[in-house]
Design a protein around this ligand. Structure first.
Ligand code: 2HA
Ligand code: ZN
Length: 271
């Protein structure tokens, strides 16, 4: 059995949480990440018959029976993951009835998975139904995205148009636009269900006055989506209220979409 501290998926999560903390996306215990793992990948490092303890998830996700996830812990700080992954992260397997998580590694201090597990697992189900290659669900609190949800009309078409027009790369990176939820109580099954519903159509979901969800086949895709939205939101906040001398027009967006052969939300353009 190999040492789990050498596992690439653990190194990736340590690097990603440290990076996101440094960027200011995850203050205190803000943010959470889950990554689905293949059984073979985990079996190199852990005895899959050794269940440390079981933790009820509080909802039923039979679609994920037997699926294994590495996930950040509730109340844990991203800044601390790198130095103590075994306390701040856990590897869980969903039981056949989909209601319980079997802890295979981690949460060493008796802790448990993120309070946003419903949003994560329900979003995994939603994404897998439209993209079987999806592995990552990522949530964080980046400043400019959050600020934008305070001052911008929170309509999917309107927000997407603003983000697309802030910088040329936006429509290339998220041609399907961004999904939006109104302010809701977090950590509940209700916000999990609402997020997952949006995830069937979008890889980015904004939680008004809270933060952002991203997903992807790997950490780069999920993080890349979030940092691109955050960059566009930064342009918006830096220039909101100033005269808009130069703009990206709807015709420009259409031309970009043609050049990059994008499958984009044509109904989000006024053409
Ligand atoms: O885990 O970000 O949404 C802390 C949060 C809750
Ligand atoms: Zn949050």
């Amino acid at each position: 059995m190999k040492n789990i501290n050498d596992a690439p998926f653990l190194k990736e999560l340590k690097d990603t949480t440290a990076n996101m903390y440094r960027l200011g996306y995850d203050e205190r215990n803000g943010g959470n990440i889950s990554r689905m793992l293949d059984e073979d990948e985990v079996a190199e490092y852990l005895d899959l018959n050794n269940v440390i303890r079981t933790i009820p998830t509080g909802f039923s996700a039979p679609e994920l029976a037997g699926r294994i996830f590495i996930v950040t812990g509730t109340g844990k700080y991203f800044k601390n993951v790198k130095d103590d992954p075994e306390t701040n992260l856990g590897i869980i397997r969903i039981t056949p009835d989909g209601c319980t998580a079997e802890l295979l590694w981690g949460f060493k201090d008796g802790g448990r998975f993120t309070s946003e597990l419903p949003a994560h697992l329900m979003s995994h189900i939603a994404r897998l139904s439209v993209d079987p290659s999806n592995r990552i669900i990522m949530h964080c609190h980046p400043d400019y995205t959050l600020a934008m949800t305070r001052v911008h009309e929170m309509d999917e078409r309107a927000v997407t148009r603003t983000l697309w027009k802030m910088m040329t790369e936006s429509i290339v990176v998220f041609p399907e636009g961004v999904g939006i939820l109104p302010w809701m109580v977090c950590g509940t099954n209700a916000i999990g269900e609402a997020t997952a519903e949006k995830m069937k159509k979008y890889r980015i979901v904004l939680w008004t006055l809270h933060g952002i969800y991203g997903c992807g086949k790997d950490m780069d895709e999920a993080f890349g989506l979030i940092e691109t939205v955050e960059k566009a939101a930064k342009q918006y906040i830096l220039t909101a209220g100033l005269p808009q001398v130069n703009t990206i027009t709807d015709e420009n967006l259409r031309d970009l979409a043609a050049r990059f052969e994008l499958d984009y939300r044509r109904d989000f353009l006024d053409l």
